[in-house]
Design a protein around this ligand. Sequence first.
Ligand SMILES: Cc1cc2nc3c(=O)[nH]c(=O)nc-3n(C[C@H](O)[C@H](O)[C@H](O)COP(=O)(O)O)c2cc1C
Length: 324
Amino acid sequence: MSLLPKNPNECPTLILAPMEGVGDRAFRKAMASVGGFNQATTEFIRVPTNAHIPSLSKFYDPLETAPIPLAAQLMGVDPDLMAEMAIELERKGAPRIDLNCGCPSGTVTGKGAGSGLLKEPTLLNKIARAMVMAVSIPVSLKMRSGYEDTSLFKENLLAAEESGVKFITLHPRTKVEGYGPPANWDLIAEAKSILKIPLVGNGDILTVDHALNMLKHTKCDALMIGRGSIINPFIFHEIQAHFSGTAHKASKEGLLTYLNTFISGLPEGMPERGKVNKMKQLMGFLFKANASLLEKRQQMLQLGHLSLDDFLNLALPLYKDALR
Ligand SMILES: Cc1cc2nc3c(=O)[nH]c(=O)nc-3n(C[C@H](O)[C@H](O)[C@H](O)COP(=O)(O)O)c2cc1C
């Protein structure tokens, strides 16, 4: 069976992107309460060369987004340890393991991991292959288009494919580009023409139109969305609704469920002030969805020392105009 089956009405598989920091457990749970996407991926779990595998895997919970499957993403350079970690996560119930070949952070790439692997297609292949051989669940790989430039783009794609991974997700920016220039969707189209295995397109999908344009321009098999979902948690439903010829209306109830699930997913024992700050960060993105809300976003961010309830009572009315 395809790992990226179509939704009804030919809507492609939709995947919530891994986002370390912002897209944490609380966010993923909140997104799962809204739904509309078919799969999610954890932020990277770093596997250092001195990793103690059982302690590393204890934070992974396959049921976090249930019933939506949650893949576990690994980042590291040691093929044996990466394979060991993949086995441990398979034992914990992971439906899929993803290899991170995209993280641009200097501390990570300095050790050769993340996007650092894009400088060494042979090592990339070796690590992915070790993971593929170690587990019976599917392994996938997420990559940028290159490290400094795209000179090894094709080589990296083929090295990934040859390892036996079941699909590749491409975020078409180099490590050096960071998040600066627009994602180069031409490279997704190029990758699609090179690969035999399925390709997930990713990068700069903020609206339904962007999603449709990416599909048309690149012919990719599925879509992954990161920042677009923080700005608009209903984006996946909106895309699905487009394919079924309907319109999705974001409801106040849906938004409240999203925010309440986010709050209850925050770490136990987090001080009230920390929770308010996390909520401000999350709502700060929501207000960005609509240019007319930018002034109100400032008001929301400036709300001072309040309990979480008081904060929500003041912040939600500022946002309500955005709800149809
Ligand atoms: C805050 C943040 C954290 C990220 N963390 C990860 C990560 O842990 N693993 C990964 O593969 N990509 C990570 N990414 C990259 C995203 O998954 C995605 O490839 C990128 O944001 C482009 O997609 P978008 O335009 O839909 O956000 C991160 C991106 C952001 C903005």
